[in-house]
Ligand binder design. Structure first.
Ligand code: ATP
Length: 208
C-alpha cells in the first residue's frame, strides 16, 4: 500500500501524478491519500478540513486505486506521521506500507517527531528531483547508507525498512503557489483537476 500524506490545501496535479507514477513503479494495488488534521510543523491550513477532504475525494475519483483515508482528520491532535503509520500498521500487520515523500519532505525528515521510527513502520519512497544528490553527511546520509535499495521488488519482500528513490515527472506545482495565485484573482486551471477547481470556486476558500 502506498501512503501519501499532506495538507492538500489544495491537492494538485503534482501530488496526483507523482502518486500515480510511484504506484506503477512499485506495482502497488492501492495508494491512500491521508489529509492531515493539525499539521505539527507549520501554520494551520487555509481551507477547512471538510473542504480539503472534499477536494481529495474529487481529485482521486478518476483513479480506482486511489483511496481517501480520513484517520488524521478524525483526531483532535497534531498529525504525526509516526502515529498515523502505527495506526495503519495495527490495522495491516503484515503488508508492505510505502510512505511516499517528495524530496522536500524527505529532507525535512530528521526534524519530525520520532522520525527514526518511521522506517521501522514503513518503507520510505522518495520522489526525486533531477540534479538532487545524495547527502554526504548528517542523519539522512546514515539512513541512506543503511537502508537504500535500488530494487523495487525488495519492497514486496519486507513490510517496512527500505528506502527507495525514484524519479517522477517534475511538475513544479505547490499548494502555496496555487493559493497565492487564486488570492490575486487568477485561475488555477491545469494546476488542479477540473473537479477540484469547481470546489475551490464554489467554496471561495482561497479568495483574499
Ligand atoms: P504547500 O505549498 O502548502 O507546502 P505542497 O504543494 O508542498 O503544499 P503538501 O500537501 O504539503 O503540498 O505535500 C504533501 C506531499 O506531496 C509531500 O510529501 C510533498 O513533498 C509532496 N509534493 C508536493 N508537491 C509536489 C509536486 N509538485 N510533485 C511531487 N510531490 C509533491
Amino acid at each position: 500500500m502506498g501512503i501519501l500524506g499532506g495538507t492538500f490545501d489544495p491537492v494538485h496535479l503534482g501530488h496526483l501524478r507523482s502518486a500515480r507514477e510511484l504506484m506503477a513503479a512499485l506495482s502497488l494495488d492501492e495508494v491512500r491519500f491521508i489529509p492531515c488534521g493539525i499539521p505539527p510543523h507549520r501554520e494551520l491550513p487555509v481551507a477547512p478540513a471538510s473542504i480539503r477532504q472534499a477536494m481529495v475525494e474529487a481529485a482521486i475519483a478518476p483513479c480506482s486505486r486511489f483511496r481517501l483515508d480520513t484517520r488524521e482528520l478524525e483526531t483532535g491532535s497534531p498529525s504525526y506521521t509516526v502515529t498515523t503509520l502505527s495506526s495503519l500498521r495495527n490495522e495491516f500487520p503484515l503488508i508492505p506500507l510505502c510512505l511516499f515523500l517528495g524530496m522536500d519532505a524527505f529532507e525535512s525528515l530528521p526534524g519530525w517527531h520520532r522520525w527514526q521510527e518511521v522506517i521501522d513502520l514503513a518503507h520510505i519512497v522518495v520522489a526525486h528531483r533531477p540534479g538532487w544528490s545524495v547527502p554526504q553527511e548528517g542523519a539522512l546520509s546514515e539512513l541512506l547508507a543503511d537502508k537504500l535499495t535500488d530494487r523495487a521488488g525488495k519492497l514486496h519482500e519486507e513490510p517496512a525498512g527500505c528506502l527507495f528513490i525514484h524519479g517522477v515527472t517534475q511538475l513544479e506545482i505547490s499548494s502555496t503557489a496555487i493559493r497565492t495565485l487564486i488570492a490575486s484573482g487568477e485561475d488555477p486551471q491545469f494546476l488542479v483537476s477540473r473537479a477540484v477547481q469547481t470546489i475551490i470556486e464554489n467554496s471561495g476558500c482561497y479568495r483574499s
